[in-house]
Design a protein around this ligand. Structure first.
Ligand code: DOR
Ligand code: ZN
Length: 485
């Protein structure tokens, strides 16, 4: 009891002696946590007493990474991944929030399917958002998905794992009209489907079956076309959009132009496009197959430039687990596309920070601040400040480790970065004040600690355009036809 008769405030945890990093600056500061929130950041003598202390001398205290592009495969493909293994990989990788994609089986295309996925995600160790699908045949479901708490939408403009057909431009516009009203962001797999289908069929028929032929089937024009078209629909409706896995120099032009026109568009790239190029196809074989493909060295270099200049807003992973057997198939058209990434993103990017290719502040902006802002989680997530969730990656910037596929926490023990030595590793991860990784070990009883971001997500009020021309304002949709039973 103090003089006023109230019990003195005692924090749960103080992270002491570390360097706190934001998008603007790195400062020596302690961080006090009570319950799920940060309550103080500052000089050691300004910290409240705490039940526990975490020594962080020589370490960096980063807002946990927010990865808006993961595939955790449940329901339907749990031999590749599930919410427990995928979120353990995230925890080990310093990733405290994920947004999970709808190409599961069944796909997340209705309110009931979203509710089913949310129940499965209850075993997650990290916080999560769920994508609803925007497809040709589920426009009648979009309002239900919104009401059920979808945190963003995903539209596959080109084919990839799951073989969800690309919607027509007409269906996309109608979907954009509906979703625009909520302010929720629509993430695009921006590769034009028909160009790829024709080229892949011609190449395969001609016996072109090598890993590099995958790159030839998906030239960058597929992305240029799709980014431009998505931006046109976003500009017309006022919908917010996000361009997933930017892989080429060429698509940066329509992206930058859309931004200049005032379209609310963000873009991400992934470590594989920043660190691999055509030269790696021979060495990696079918393992390198990913959609969009890893491209030329000049594409890779342009992506680095765009990261630094702000044309690309954020880093995500497209964490796409498949078994080693599914990744090794030849001819190339039979290899599943993508590979795990949520556990290796932070060490790989910190290694580039150590090499001087990015500053640590730029990295925090790309991995935490920008995704938090674009997807409505700011100011609760994405920063180390009083009032924010205590979502924290404590990083040893000097620690070296060699990435080993067999050591991944993902169920899919495969990575194109097997054998790569990294400098800079998250050594502890906290999600809302709770350690989910400690000293490079997953805290297994954290399974189930993850929560949906729906309760904290706030998208700013959208600026609608041409709303009076939205087709459902002109001509109401008829109720779904019922089969005569
Ligand atoms: O290579 C990919 N794999 N790209 C995607 O867009 C989807 C992903 C998957 O789900 O396997
Ligand atoms: Zn993806």
């Amino acid at each position: 009891m103090n003089a006023m008769g109230a019990a003195p405030f005692v924090a749960d945890l103080v992270i002491s002696g570390g360097t706190v990093v934001s998008g603007e600056a790195s400062i020596a500061a302690d961080v006090a946590i009570a319950g799920e929130h940060i309550v103080a950041v500052g000089r050691p003598e300004a910290m409240p007493p705490a039940r526990e202390r975490l020594e962080a001398r020589g370490l960096l205290v980063l807002p946990g990474a927010i990865d808006v592009h993961v595939h955790f495969r449940e329901p339907g493909y749990t031999h590749k991944e599930d919410w427990a293994t995928g979120s353990a990989a995230a925890a080990m990788g310093g990733v405290t929030t994920v947004f999970e994609m709808p190409n599961t089986n069944p796909p997340t295309r209705s309110a009931a399917e979203l509710a089913e996925k949310r129940a499965l995600a209850a075993k997650s160790s990290v916080d999560f958002g769920l994508y609803g699908l925007l497809a040709e045949d589920n426009l009648d479901e979009l309002e239900g998905l919104i009401a059920a708490g979808a945190n963003a939408f995903k539209c596959f403009m080109g084919n990839t794992f799951g073989d969800l057909p690309a919607p027509s431009t007409g269906a996309m516009l109608e979907g954009f009209e509906i979703i625009a009203r909520t302010g929720l962001r629509i993430s695009l797999h921006a590769e034009e489907a028909t160009i790829m289908a024709r080229r892949q069929a011609r190449l395969a028929a001609a016996g072109r079956n090598d890993p590099l032929d995958h790159l030839l089937a998906r030239p960058a024009v597929v992305a240029v076309e799709a980014v431009g078209r998505a931006a046109t629909l976003a500009e017309w409706t006022g919908a917010r959009i996000h361009i997933l896995h930017i892989s080429s120099a060429a698509e940066l032009r329509p992206l930058a132009e859309a931004k200049a026109r005032g379209v609310d568009v963000t873009g991400e790239t992934c470590p594989c496009y920043l660190l691999l190029s055509r030269e790696d196809y021979g060495r990696l074989g079918p393992l390198i197959r990913v959609n969009p493909p890893v491209r030329e060295a000049y594409d890779r270099d342009a992506l680095w430039h765009a990261l630094r200049s702000g044309v690309i807003d954020m880093i995500a992973t497209d964490h796409a687990p498949h078994t080693p057997e599914e990744k090794a198939r030849l001819p190339i058209w039979r290899a599943d596309c993508g590979f795990p990434g949520v556990e290796t993103q932070m060490p790989l990017m910190l290694t580039e920070v150590a090499r001087g290719r990015l500053t640590i502040e730029q990295y925090v902006r790309l991995a935490a601040e920008a995704p938090a802002k674009a997807f409505g989680l700011w100011p609760t997530k994405g920063r180390i400040a009083p009032g924010a969730h205590a979502d924290i990656a404590i990083v040893d910037p000097k620690r070296t480790e060699t990435i080993r596929a067999a050591d991944l926490h993902s169920r899919a023990k495969v990575t194109p970065f097997d054998g790569v030595t990294v400098t800079g590793v998250p050594v502890h991860t906290l999600v809302r004040g709770r350690l989910v990784q400690r000293d490079r070990r997953f805290v297994s009883d954290s399974s189930g600690w993850g929560r949906p971001v729906t309760e904290i997500q706030r998208m700013p009020t959208p600026v609608l355009r041409n709303a009076d021309l939205a087709i459902d304002r002109l001509a109401p949709r008829l109720p779904l036809a019922r089969s005569a039973a």
